[in-house]
Design a protein around this ligand. Structure first.
Ligand SMILES: Nc1nc2c(ncn2[C@@H]2O[C@H](COP(=O)(O)OP(=O)(O)OP(=O)(O)O)[C@@H](O)[C@H]2O)c(=O)[nH]1
Ligand SMILES: [Zn+2]
Length: 215
């Protein structure tokens, strides 16, 4: 469902988050309402929400959850467009080891690790900091790692129109380690490519660059 943000002060979100309702996420009334639900959650897990250590917990958790999902309010394309510069550089640009913190949409438990992002400019480069920023825009939502990977790729491809984009993400999922199958050391790797990165040579150069230990 496409949302249009012309009637209030929130920044434009990128369109196309299916069924997402735009909210004013730090509105005190909303935080209070969400806190009420967490107060109930504490009771339902057998805790005493009135004991001293838990008195402010519902509000803290409500604020934390709102922060951890604030990517819904950000427009990744706008962020890239705000720092695009005409430049004739035509080699691969790689930003590697970008910390990722996201939450799986199945269990609302964290998954975290690193993203490596590359593109080959086609007349324009983008301000380097904007790459980690757009990783965050898509990571700070309820996600699956595959979609996160594709969304980063598509955003760069559609906005910057480069000769190609490569994205590799490596994450540990707490839903697989602290519950469920309980595998403590498994790491999930996902990748997405466009354009020149679909060719072996370019893809191999990218994969070699992100595995180098220079940094
Ligand atoms: N493809 C994909 N799966 C994920 C991701 N995060 C969590 N999952 C998986 O989502 C699946 C949900 O499966 P279900 O069988 O419905 O849930 P469940 O009974 O809690 O599954 P278990 O985790 O196996 O106990 C699990 O296999 C999770 O490992 C992700 O980013 N990508
Ligand atoms: Zn999960």
């Amino acid at each position: 469902m496409h949302q249009h943000d012309d009637d209030d002060n929130l920044p434009d979100r990128d369109a196309g988050i299916e069924g997402y309702q735009k909210i004013d996420r730090y509105n005190p009334e909303l935080i209070e309402s969400l806190s009420g639900h967490y107060h109930e959650v504490l009771k339902q897990i057998g805790e005493n929400p009135e004991r001293e250590g838990l008195l402010k917990t519902p509000e803290r958790v409500a604020k934390a959850l709102m922060y951890l999902t604030h990517g819904y309010d950000l427009d990744a394309q706008q962020i890239l467009k705000s720092a695009m510069f005409k430049e004739e550089y035509s080699q691969m640009v790689v930003v590697k080891d970008i910390e990722v913190y996201s939450m799986c949409e199945h269990h609302m438990l964290p998954f975290f690790g690193k993203a490596h992002v590359a593109y080959i400019p086609n007349g324009h480069v983008v301000g380097l900091s904007k790459i980690p920023r757009i990783v965050d825009v898509f990571a700070r939502r309820l996600q699956v790692q595959e979609r996160l990977t594709n969304e980063i790729r598509d955003c760069i491809q559609d906005t910057l129109n480069p000769i190609g984009v490569g994205v590799v993400i490596e994450c540990r999922h707490l839903c697989m380690s602290m519950r469920g199958v309980q595998k403590q050391n498994s790491v999930t790797t996902t990748s997405a490519f466009t354009g020149a990165f679909l060719m072996d040579k370019t893809r191999t150069e990218f994969l070699n660059l992100i595995s180098s230990k220079l940094s």
